[in-house]
Design a protein around this ligand. Structure first.
Ligand SMILES: [Mn+2]
Length: 267
């Protein structure tokens, strides 16, 4: 596939599946055979959840960091936002033995959620700093980007800048209680789902608060919304009267994933 040099591309939750990621990027023309950025001036956005469940979360982060610096050189841009598994890994790194809930430490909870010892062992100061500075939400052209299909962002502010500042402060401190509360709030999902009577209205209000004409998110594997097994999920799920786009293919559940090219809807 030839890359659209002014294109806007998205990839959802990768969860350590680096080989699938390479395959996706190669297929979209965003990565060449030497595994270097070939996206020219295109924009590529990752929706968080780089680690846990799959085999090589640190490898995924390394590749994204590499693409970020290479893309700049050709006028492109690679951006990434914070998932919930990314701060979950940090909680296991900073507070491994700290009690989380009855009889469980932070590290226990991370392991129960697919944490990989191999990722924890390879986590460097550079990775930590990168994770600590990921924005929780972004506006790219006319698209609002979050990891989660959840209202938790309201708890941190009414603008993108205040939300990113508040969540960034928790990770940069790091603030144990704030981190536990953030991870707890990140268990929310399906806030805008068609299964809810008020899903569309909530999506409208969410976009009204933060901006953008469509919300692109990950976090909830599409198969959990449609019942279709993840191995058959090859495209995004557009729902809530077209206001929401779910980009979580469920790569850890067996999907090969997909690259989504957003069309600008400027009128
Ligand atoms: Mn996820």
């Amino acid at each position: 596939m030839t890359v659209n040099s002014s294109g806007l591309y998205f990839i959802g939750d990768i969860h350590g599946h680096k080989l699938k990621l390479i395959h996706l990027l190669r297929g979209a023309g965003l990565l060449n055979e030497r595994l270097r950025w070939s996206g020219g001036a295109a924009t590529l956005c990752f929706l968080g959840d780089f680690v846990d469940r799959g085999p090589d979360g640190i490898g995924v982060i390394d590749l994204i960091m590499q693409l970020q610096s290479e893309a700049v050189a050709t006028g492109g841009q690679v951006v990434a936002i914070l998932g919930n598994h990314d701060p979950l890994l940090l909680s296991a790194y900073w507070f491994p033995e700290h009690p989380h809930s009855v009889g469980k430490t932070c590290k226990d909870v991370w392991l129960l959620n697919g944490g990989k010892e191999n990722d924890l062992a390879r986590l460097t100061a550079q990775h930590i700093q990168w994770l600590q500075h990921l924005p929780a939400m972004l506006l790219l052209h006319d698209k609002l980007i979050t990891h989660a299909d959840a209202l938790l962002y309201y708890d941190y502010g009414a603008t993108i800048a205040t939300v990113n500042q508040a969540i960034g402060a928790i990770l940069q401190t790091p603030d144990f209680d704030g981190l536990m509360l953030l991870l707890d709030r990140f268990t929310q999902r399906l806030a805008f789902a068609d299964a809810r009577l008020d899903g569309g209205l909530r999506a409208q209000q969410f976009l009204g608060t933060y901006g953008g004409n469509q919300l692109l998110h990950g976090h909830t594997p599409i198969s959990k919304m449609t019942g279709k097994p993840a191995v058959f999920v090859t495209q995004p799920l557009i729902y809530a009267d077209g206001l929401c786009v779910n980009l979580d293919a469920g790569m850890y559940m067996g999907s090969e994933g997909f690259v989504y090219e957003a069309k600008n809807q400027r009128s």
